[in-house]
Ligand binder design. Structure first.
Ligand code: SF4
Ligand code: SF4
Length: 158
């Protein structure tokens, strides 16, 4: 069993390297994500099927953040998801599997999650302590950003 597991893990690493490689780095990656997600029709399947999304009041439904009835959907819709879930995504693939527009949602989220894991050392689904964004109290974080100008927590696209 150990041998089979090792072989599967190696295969997973190989595919991950290939998939992340196709995304490029930094701003190039961001550009790709923005272009691909511009096809989104805001059907909410990615949100409804995500085992990590649990907010009762979803920020993507607040009109001052994501204006209703606007297509293409403003990138803010996806930014909200990345900001809320990227620290705790378990790469289950549901947000991609159920997307009618075949947007590579779980690949983008998993790429962000692995960056967060390198930065903060939290492995979702393995570590039993809270993920890093769960520790961020919104008002305190806004105040810190205002006072210091430091956006280190969200500075994933350098
Ligand atoms: S891959 Fe991550 S973001 Fe997508 S549905 Fe699964 S846990 Fe949620
Ligand atoms: S499932 Fe796809 S089309 Fe639907 S809201 Fe999510 S990204 Fe947009």
């Amino acid at each position: 069993r150990g041998k089979v597991e090792n072989a599967m893990l190696k295969l997973g690493d190989k595919w991950r390297a290939r998939d992340f490689g196709s995304l490029g780095e930094g701003k190039e990656r961001l550009q790709k994500m923005m272009e691909d997600s511009s096809r989104c029709t805001k059907c909410y399947a990615c949100i409804e099927n995500c085992p990590i999304c649990y907010c009762v009041e979803c920020s993507t439904k607040k009109p001052y953040l994501v204006p209703p009835g606007v297509l293409p959907v403003p990138f803010m819709f996806h930014l909200i998801r990345y900001a809320h879930v990227s620290d705790s995504c378990v790469n289950c693939g549901q947000c991609e599997e159920t997307c009618p527009m075949e947007i590579a949602n779980s690949l983008y989220m998993h790429a962000l999650q692995t960056d967060m894991e390198k930065m903060f050392g939290h492995t979702p689904g393995v570590n039993m302590d809270l993920p890093v964004l769960a520790l961020v109290e919104e008002q305190a974080e806004r105040q810190r950003l205002f006072e210091t100008g430091s956006d280190q927590i969200y500075d994933v696209f350098k």
